[in-house]
Design a protein. Sequence first.
Length: 305
Amino acid sequence: MSNKWNKKEDEILRGNFSSANWEDLLEMLPGKGEGKITGRAVKLGLKRESELIAEYYDDEKDAWVVTYVNYNKVKSTVSTSYPAKGGLSLIEAKERVSRNIGKAIIDISKPKYQELIEKIGIGLHTKELESIFYRMQLETFFINEDDPKVEEYKELLIREINKTIDQKKKGQTMKSDWNKEELKLLVETDFTKKTWEEIKEMFPDKNNILIIQQLHELDQTKFKNGSIYWKEGNSPAIIKEKPKIKSINKDELPDALSPKHIQEVLGISRRKTYEMLEDPPFHALKLGRLIKISKKSFFKWFDGE
């Protein structure tokens, strides 16, 4: 087998490595073995998605086993086990493992976030900054520091920190003194009957933090559509309640339900709905991309009959 690669062979590899069948690729590049093709692809910066070979339930391990071919540096076969006690489906088992890994990464990252906040200033904690930081940890945990994605998240963090600093400065310049009329309103108002938007309208020349500080001192931490969250060492935040899921009258639903109906009845995300419909426990008809579900079959399953 030849170790040298000519321009024509490189062109063939660039045009076909990511999509061609492996057997076809070997025919296109006679004299090049699997190792040489994979090694050359790595040097050229080419990538190929892993290919699923098999997935099955192992009764002895009480786990789903997924086997696929990986093309990372060398072609290799890799098997992954997903614990599935209690009759979990493969999708459910994968989601559980993903949640556990995500929780572990967040736990590991908490001290890092606290260190970041201490360095830039305790008062600069915001929900958005915290969210960006943990998304960065989750999405870059298993990649190299020089990966472009890491730099993108670092830039995003810096922008958010600068934005928070600007907001703090702006808040400090706002009027912080409370006059008698405002203090009277604060004491006499039942804020549990006011939405956060209505509360802000009551004090138009005060920013959110000033209002929250006063409400917190008066132990008025609940309002109509949410509450105040204020943990020592963090900046105050408003926690708004999510709108309640609307009630659904099944008698008003059509006999042939859509995935949207299933999503609304179960109160789950669109992604989870379509994952369920890949192998539904009730009768569903698939016509191309169109999916219709028997209302009778669905509610029979839903009611546990």
